[in-house]
Design a protein around this ligand. Structure first.
Ligand code: GAL
Ligand code: GAL
Ligand code: MN
Length: 220
């Protein structure tokens, strides 16, 4: 059984139904897939968990804490995948995504170092001298226990930054990149799985990151 983890509070609820419908059609066809949704709205998923809205960036920074609040339940799944809710599956996403720990190369920084955290005060710090790959935060997963263990570490790192009063440059994505730099993911997917809607890249569009007005979506 495969669990898809979705968090949609505030204005993000508009993305939920189109995404879930697209997953029914394209995401791991032939497998038993269940959507688990944390939301403050009345909307449908296989499992809905009530979750209070907080102003951005708290929902994204707290995503690992949110996921871990259901650790026992989530351990029953074979694989877990988190995806941003402002996405849409547009082509088959098959068992090529199954792996122990799965990450996506960020579409903006193929072959480049990207935008990791460079302030040593943050737990997300990666020194400049270390050559790193840059991963996108929008799609990630793996075998259930392996993924939840990563969530646990990331939650602690984010909490440690919060206590120091520092927020990593790209929030949870910076912490994810730190983690994956020191714990290499067994499976690295191409930007097909985090493909910006309006870009033209030499990859098949499978999971699209929708163009949206981030400032407008994040206020309120
Ligand atoms: C942007 C993306 C952000 C973040 C950033 C990292 O393209 O929209 O969410 O990933 O790259 O530099
Ligand atoms: C986005 C990414 C999100 C989150 C955010 C952090 O690019 O898709 O999952 O990591 O950056 O600012
Ligand atoms: Mn997004």
């Amino acid at each position: 059984m495969i669990g898809v983890l979705l968090i949609a509070t505030g204005k993000y609820d508009v993305f939920v139904q189109p995404l879930i419908q697209s997953l029914k059609r394209h995401f791991l066809p032939g497998y038993q897939v269940k959507t688990i949704l944390w939301t403050d709205k009345e909307t449908q998923a296989d499992l809905c968990l009530h979750h209070k809205h907080e102003p951005w960036p708290a929902p994204t920074l707290n995503r690992y804490k949110t996921i871990l609040s259901q650790r026992e339940l989530l351990e029953q799944f074979d694989y877990l995948f988190y995806m941003d809710v402002d996405m849409l599956a547009v082509d088959t996403i098959g068992d090529e995504i199954l792996g122990d720990l799965v990450a996506v190369q960020h579409p903006g920084f193929i072959g480049k170092v990207g935008t990791p955290e460079r302030r040593s005060r943050s737990a997300a710090y990666i020194p400049r001298r270390e050559k790193s790959v840059y991963y996108a935060g929008g799609f990630q997963g793996g075998r259930s226990r392996r993924y939840l263990d990563m969530c646990h570490t990331l939650h602690n790192q984010i909490e440690s930054d919060r206590q120091k009063g520092i927020t990593a440059i790209w929030h949870d994505e910076s912490h994810l990149n730190h983690y994956l730099h020191y714990n290499k993911p067994g499976k690295v997917l191409s930007p097909s799985y985090c493909y910006p809607e309006s870009w033209e890249m030499p990859y098949v569009k499978r999971l699209v990151a929708l163009d949206k007005d981030h400032a407008e979506m994040r206020c309120g």
